[in-house]
Design a protein around this ligand. Sequence first.
Ligand code: NCD
Length: 298
Amino acid sequence: MKHLISITDLDREDINYILKKAEEFEDVAMGKRKLRILEGKILGNLFFEPSTRTRMSFEVAMKRLGGDVINMTAQEASGVAKGETLADTIRVVSGYCDAIVIRHPLEGAARFAAENSTVPVINAGDGAGQHPTQTLLDLYTIKKECGKLDGITIALMGDLKYSRTIHSLIRALALFEMKIYLISPEALALPEDIIEDVNGEIKRARLEDVISEIDVLYVTRIQKERFPDEEEYRKVSGSYRITAETLKNAKEGMIVMHPLPRVDEIHPSVDSTKHARYFQQSFYGVPVRMAILSEVML
Ligand code: NCD
């Protein structure tokens, strides 16, 4: 059984394999070619936290490959509201489907789900922990839009403390020869243990000092829901923002990425610049999730 819980479950070769497969699915993702390889298979979507892109792109990926999806209804309307444990929910749902996608506010929840499941479990975000399918689509975006992964200079900007997209992505970036800049307010810095854990070329920087050097600017929103108290959030709220003006010294081919949703950290004026790639990035979630689903289900 092949679970996908952390990006560290994969090595460079596995990642390259999934990205290559995703490329083969791109025309299917766009609806230009029909493929029914997951016909008769059912995916169980268990989202204990809000989601638009992740949940919908898993659903589209499944349907475009001929499969079907069951969704847990809102928690208030499910057995969870009656006090059912996560272990029991997983035991039951794994009897109804061929793989489970889970998003949960607690770090470690996806690993725990995998231990209680009889079918493969895919982590769609566990608290501030990991978000490996997002990382794969982020890598796919860089590869497609910059033409390569090795030799890229990338700046990770924003809430580096609580963003699971960052915690996942940085571990994968270190598998490739990338130069990584960290840009954040002091209070939102990347936790030291993650920096120590990641064996790569990493430096803290200010955007204005590196803007003309980077190939990718990856921005995240402040993860308001992870702050232990409202006051701490208020201190950093609105503390960084990219506009078209901020990017005037960027390289011609520099791309701006964002896992979305954005709040106020990327001004709409960036959308019409040649640098914006966040909407393309969210589309790439479909072929990448097709590649992941066909890997775990077939
Ligand atoms: C991200 C998440 O849930 O971690 N969203 C997503 O999956 N695209 C990013 C975020 O919520 O800021």
